[in-house]
Design a binder for this molecule. Sequence first.
Ligand code: SF4
Length: 134
Amino acid sequence: MGVSACLMGERCRYDGKSKANPAVQAFLKDHDCILVCPECEGGLSCPRVPCELKNGRVIGRDGMDYTVAYERGAQRCLEKVKDCDLVILQPRSPSCGATQVHDGSFSGELVPGQGIFAARLKESNIPVLEADAF
Ligand code: SF4
């Protein structure tokens, strides 16, 4: 199975912290896992500028367009998990969110949508589950 690395305790989030999720970790305890962080894989630093999706682009709080790095990381991570029968994803992330993302205003508002990596997984017919389901 594949899993967003931050759920497993890796401190790979934009703020340098993890989203360690004990329920996900317990579920995966006896499975072979491939940990992926599309944003790190795309070459972004940690910590890094927070980004949100807006009009199909990935825009940082600094106003810069980070779409290329996000796409690159998503593609690299897709290669790593392409044989997985399930990928467990961190919700609401502009990379890993599978059902909701922030609305691009950096106000905390959420809208229906999916992150760049989650979209690649769905296009490739790889089943995904968000960590909120655990
Ligand atoms: Fe976690 Fe995904 Fe964000 Fe990496 S890109 S920190 S794996 S939510």
